[in-house]
Ligand binder design. Structure first.
Ligand code: AMP
Length: 121
């Protein structure tokens, strides 16, 4: 599927929509999730036009990949969750329940986060 350049995170990257910025560098932008699911809930996104982890893993440059991974680690440390523990998560596609079609890494922390995913009934 072609990248939708009007998705909400693309618009944040272009400065058309505000965000509560936590960190920015050459390759990434991090900002607070608008509907936090934990005391710390930050999104880290690549600046490049990648829909999900699928196309990012397949086509991003090594520098873009390193930039995103380093930003995630830096933001976790900046948010004060590195010591107590935290979770990173990226939803991909329909079964992954991805809502915004621009790759984003969720950082959750600030409380015990429970089981990894909801258990089957
Ligand atoms: P996902 O289901 O992984 O695609 O998650 C999308 C996330 O983006 C959700 O946690 C939303 O709360 C968050 N979100 C949507 N719009 C905004 C926005 N304008 N600023 C910050 N976070 C947003």
């Amino acid at each position: 599927m072609a990248y939708d350049s009007n998705n909400i995170f693309a618009r944040i990257l272009r400065g058309e929509i505000p965000c509560r910025k936590v960190h920015e560098d050459e390759y990434s932008l991090a900002f607070h999730d608008i509907n936090p699911q934990a005391p710390v809930h930050i999104l880290v996104i690549p600046k490049g036009a990648y829909e999900s982890f699928n196309d990012f893993a397949a086509t991003a440059s090594d520098a873009e990949m390193a930039g995103l991974v380093r930003a995630v680690g830096k933001v976790a440390a900046m948010a004060g969750v590195a010591e107590d523990g935290w979770r990173l998560l990226s939803n991909v596609g329909e079964n992954g329940h991805q809502e915004v079609p621009h790759l984003h890494i969720h950082i959750f922390g600030g409380r015990p986060l429970g089981a990894m995913i909801a258990r089957q009934p």
